[in-house]
Design a binder for this molecule. Structure first.
Ligand code: SF4
Length: 622
């Protein structure tokens, strides 16, 4: 199947599955020039599809919500690092927009099997899994798999279908509709926001894709090859740096700069941090690298715990944010406990950032006497205890007892249950936990977290690179000047260049937006006319998601940070004594202004007209 016309890069349609009626169809209605030229694919196309397909007010865990998996036009074409897929849905953790994604080989094989994505609607009446091949789509019984961990599920599916399959599966956490549950795709987590529970609510344990034989057509393969070759050279230094230390290379620098949250953001520098430096992790755990499709960086670290009580446990993808979540956030510098907690999250299907962030919060509650040993089933939930972290992850993964329930549903819900002032140090935005970077040390991050579409997110955009690490250049971390514009630009470019096209964001250190645009044009033939138009496409995505969130009840008051971050100053380091609140208020006001939104953060009619979204907002389509 190929789209007629002068553009390429797509298989040509979605696989649409109604789980209640078990009807499967190929849906080509979104694969029209007018739509693809505006939204491209991945998160971009997903924003348009979700806005149109999910009824206002739908329960994120009810049959009216949809699980929409999309690839981008570059996915699987052979463009370096273009392996990504995105899943969009109404988010269980926030009640608003959610997108999350992963690399690997799943997206490539799906496209080669004839589908750009999958839309799951309604819910099955009993556990099932989806089996997709070029010839047929089957909805198969998953009774035997329900309750299994992710690795056990992979093993069973490989036993049934052989080794040449790619798998997206949930663990027990997703089955139990945990708000911090993930989907593990080809061994990589689509982690944030509880996407695993959307699959769980539909009674879907896994989606399996057989190896496809189709070829993805390109508009100008020669132009693609020329840019691709240049990129390969640019990626070489990145391969050297990230290939050795993955995303953990900056741990020492960030700790020395007092730039991450320690003990639930009550501190900012971890004592004994050298025990979790990348060289220590390399020496004690990592063995080899794994790559996604068409990626020379091969950043994923695979290893083994070689000593102590968890000896013999295999680990994969222990990356910077996970080290932070089970390490500094919980005051822990025991790398074996950190690695084991990470392993458990992958097995139960839980987001490492949200799990560690929640345990850090609960540790503070325990130390303040807001939780007792009865509440924790006898676990001494104190900062610094790696054993306590591992025990709490187990409880959350199994959903055991009161502690298990608190861990499994994230910081906001835990704080609502515990009460007694705990909301002041419940570090989340709109229900999604803040990740490692402390915004008091990088003011742009305060704005980035507060108004990100899926709740606190460190990569839409991340400003800490320039504010703390000086990459690619240094800027003043404590000024408000230019931060609103920076966050706006980063959001728009992130939406379209990385999250819509299929490229991996880690390649951003080597692939310039200009090269990214050249690749999109070479593959699709859309002839997008320069960076201004490309940014406008990203702006359109930002605004349609904004309309979705406002339709679901989001207000400007929710776009904020807790008292711990806004009102409490660091005690030591470069940010000592500085209170963030007034600077944050100024940046947020300015951000709304530069986005063309009113003071309540609502897009103005003029802005919607400029982006061609005015009719959509009136319910009349594009
Ligand atoms: S940089 Fe890492 S995550 Fe990105 S495509 Fe390459 S191997 Fe995958």
């Amino acid at each position: 199947m190929q789209i007629k016309g002068h553009y390429r890069g797509y298989a040509g349609g979605f696989l649409r599955v109604n789980l209640a009626t078990r009807r499967t169809t190929t849906d080509t209605k979104y694969f029209q020039y007018e739509i693809l030229r505006q939204f491209l694919g991945g998160k971009g196309l997903g924003s348009y599809v979700l806005y149109n397909e999910v009824k206002p007010g739908a329960d994120p865990l009810g049959p009216d919500n949809k699980f929409i998996l999309l690839t981008g036009p570059l996915t699987g074409t052979g463009v370096m690092t273009a392996s990504r897929l995105t899943i969009v849905s109404k988010g269980p953790a926030t009640g608003y927009w959610l997108d999350t994604g992963a690399g690997g080989f799943f997206g490539t094989e799906l496209k080669k099997s004839g589908y750009d994505g999958v839309i799951l609607e309604e819910a099955a009446d009993k556990p099932v899994y989806l089996h997709i091949s070029e010839d047929k789509v089957q909805i198969l019984d998953a009774d035997r798999m329900w309750g299994l961990t992710v690795d056990e599920t992979y093993k069973m599916l490989h036993g049934i279908h052989g080794e040449k399959i790619q798998i997206a599966a949930i663990g027990p956490a997703g089955e139990r509709r945990s708000k911090i549950s993930s989907v593990i795709i080809d061994g990589r987590a689509a982690g944030r926001g509880g996407m695993g529970s959307v699959l769980g609510s539909k009674n879907v344990k896994a989606i399996v894709v057989e190896k496809g034989s189709g070829k993805i057509q390109m508009y100008n393969p020669e132009a693609m090859k020329t840019v691709n070759k240049g990129i390969q050279e640019l990626l070489a230094p990145l391969r050297k740096r990230m290939g050795i230390y993955w995303s953990s290379g900056s741990i020492a620098q960030i700790n020395d700069a007092h730039a991450w949250g320690v003990k639930n953001f009550s501190g900012e520098k971890l004592e004994g941090c050298e025990k979790i430096y990348p060289d220590a992790i390399r020496e004690k755990i990592w063995n080899k690298h794994r790559a996604c499709f068409a990626c020379p960086i091969a950043c994923t670290q695979v290893g083994m715990i070689n000593e102590g009580k968890w000896r013999g446990t295999e680990t994969e993808g222990l990356e910077y944010q996970s080290v932070w979540a089970f390490g500094p956030q919980c005051g822990v510098n025991d790398i074996h406990a950190i690695a084991y907690a990470d392993h458990l999250c992958d097995a139960y299907g839980m987001d490492t950032i949200s799990t560690g962030a929640t345990i850090g919060f609960l540790m503070e509650c325990f130390e303040k006497g807001l939780l007792t040993l009865t509440d924790t089933d006898g676990i001494e939930l104190r900062f610094g205890s790696g054993e306590a972290v591992v025990a709490a992850v187990e409880k959350g993964g199994k959903g055991e007892g009161y502690l298990g329930e608190l861990v499994a549903n994230g910081v906001r819900e835990a704080s609502e249950k515990i009460g007694r002032g705990s909301e002041k140090f419940a570090v989340h935005v709109k229900g999604l936990e803040v990740s490692s970077y402390d915004p008091r040390r990088a003011y742009g991050m305060a704005l980035a977290y507060a108004r990100a579409d899926r709740g606190a997110c460190h990569v839409r955009p991340g400003t800490h690179g320039m504010e703390v690490l000086g990459r690619p250049k240094s800027i003043d971390p404590f000024t408000t000047e230019g931060k609103a514009e920076m966050v706006k630009r980063g959001t728009e470019m992130g939406n379209i260049l990385w999250d819509a096209s299929g490229l991996c964001k880690f390649a951003a250190w080597a692939i310039s937006p200009k090269n990214g645009l050249a690749l999109v044009n070479a593959v699709t033939g859309f002839e997008i006319n320069g960076m201004e138009e490309f940014s406008l496409m990203g702006q359109r995505v930002n605004n349609i998601i904004r309309l979705f969130n406002i339709r679901e009840g989001m207000t400007a008051d929710e776009e904020t940070l807790p008292d711990r971050i806004l009102k409490e100053a660091h005690k030591e380091g470069p940010a000592a004594g500085l209170v963030l609140e007034s600077s944050f208020i100024e940046m947020k006001r300015r951000y709304y202004e530069v986005c063309g939104w009113d003071e309540k953060g609502v897009p103005t009619e003029a802005k919607l007209r400029e982006l061609g979204l005015h009719n959509l907002n009136q319910g009349k389509g594009l």
